[in-house]
Design a protein around this ligand. Structure first.
Ligand SMILES: C[S@@+](CC[C@H](N)C(=O)[O-])C[C@H]1O[C@@H](n2cnc3c(N)ncnc32)[C@H](O)[C@@H]1O
Length: 378
């Protein structure tokens, strides 16, 4: 049974949220790792299976590995899938030495280029390149991708792709991760290579700490899929769900990572057309609130189907504004869950206008709240 409300303390103000691999790569609206960590410690047993059907940057999956449960992540966004896999998969000594050799080689080549004069680089073509990337940057990104492709260890390749992806916005003409406007940055020659070298060394250390800590033989599976249909997961097979679906009309995750995906040959359209709750749907296409409810119901039905009876789903979700109406999401969810076989066990809400709690202070506006909703499968 669930512990009493008093025992569930979800306030992580001031806590370090960037330990181990959690700091790899920017990602909007992550939840603090302390949240899945605490839920796992309090409600899971080693060897069980946790599902995060909106796994984003893989926060739940990293904590699952550390705690010692098997984990399944699902995300509609191909970059999330790659990032989650990288962050939650420990590497071996042999793989670390491939990374270290690779970086020594890139450092050496960069030094020689600076000394002997810039060679003629080739350029991989991507859509929107001339507007969003300087030529010298495109050349250096292409150079790195070509070298990464020559390695024959897929996990090392993925790790290095994530390092490269993490610097793409910094070296592009995009103003910042959160402002989608092109500005002139005058990125000097070799800056992209140097940023990559610096970031790889930093992430390598994080990955080593994580890999040393994870000595268990748990399994990780990450699917690039739409969580309105989880037919690749069997009925009654999941012990615990810890997740945070999008907050309606707040982000376009597909847009946030668009250029990263173009460089890495990851699909953009699947996420664009299947992401639920996006700003594209509710601000550009002016969809109604009913569409948001329909999409959530589909996802919650699937979560209910795959969860074992009497087991729990922990959902972090925020209120939203659609067509100027404030949607109190805990009310909507409390209304539809009994019909699909979930009992609302508890709702812990935080008033973000007071910047009082955990999840996402930048979201504090218009009386919106964030909630941790605890559902039990009946
Ligand atoms: C709030 S974020 C999750 C963040 C995550 N808890 C973390 O800490 O990184 C929501 C995620 O839901 C994903 N998403 C949106 N629509 C989806 C769908 N139909 N199926 C699966 N994932 C979806 C988005 O791509 C995004 O990564």
């Amino acid at each position: 049974m669930l512990k009493t409300e008093k025992e569930i303390v979800f306030s992580f103000n001031g806590a370090d949220t960037s330990y181990l691999t959690h700091s790899l790569h920017p990602f909007p609206a992550k939840f603090p790792p302390q949240l899945p960590k605490k839920i796992l410690e309090d409600y899971a047993i080693k060897g069980q299976t946790v599902l995060d059907p909106f796994c984003g940057s893989g926060t739940t999956l990293v904590e699952a590995r550390i705690f010692g449960v098997n984990s399944i992540g699902v995300d509609v966004n191909g970059l999330s899938v790659l990032l989650s896999q990288v962050k939650a998969t420990p590497l071996s000594e042999k793989q670390f030495s491939i990374i270290e050799n690779f970086i020594a080689n890139i450092e050496d080549l960069t030094f020689k280029c600076k000394f002997n004069g810039r060679p003629k680089f080739s350029i991989k073509k991507i859509e929107g390149q001339d507007h969003w990337f300087q030529q010298n940057v495109s050349e250096e990104i292409t150079f790195l991708l070509t070298n990464i492709a020559q390695l024959n260890d897929v996990m090392v390749q993925n790790f290095l792709k994530i390092v490269l992806s993490s610097i793409i916005v910094r070296v592009s003409n995009q103003e910042s991760d959160t402002r989608f406007a092109a500005i002139q940055k005058n990125i000097p020659n070799y800056f992209t290579l140097e940023q990559f070298i610096k970031r790889t060394k930093e992430y390598n250390l994080r990955m080593k700490e994580f890999s040393e800590l994870v000595q268990n033989s748990t399994e990780l599976q990450v699917f690039n899929a739409d969580s309105r249909n989880l037919d690749f997961i069997s009925d009654n097979s999941i012990d615990i769900i810890i997740t945070s679906p999008p907050y309606a009309n707040t982000y376009d995750y597909y847009l946030y990572h668009k250029f990263r995906k173009r460089w890495l040959d990851l699909d953009v359209k699947f996420a664009q057309y299947n992401e639920i709750g996006s700003r594209r749907e509710y601000s550009s296409l002016k969809e109604k609130k009913e569409k948001w409810n329909e999409d959530l119901i589909k996802c919650f039905k699937e979560m209910q189907r795959v969860l074992k009876p009497s087991h729990f789903a922990f959902i972090v979700i925020g209120d939203s504004v659609i067509k100027k109406e404030l949607i109190k999401i805990e009310k909507e969810i409390s209304n539809f869950t009994p019909d699909i076989g979930f009992k609302v066990n508890d709702i812990l809400s935080s008033d973000l206008s007071n910047h009082s709690k955990i999840f996402n202070p930048s979201y504090a506006q218009k009386g919106k709240k964030e909630h941790l909703i605890i559902l039990e499968k009946i």
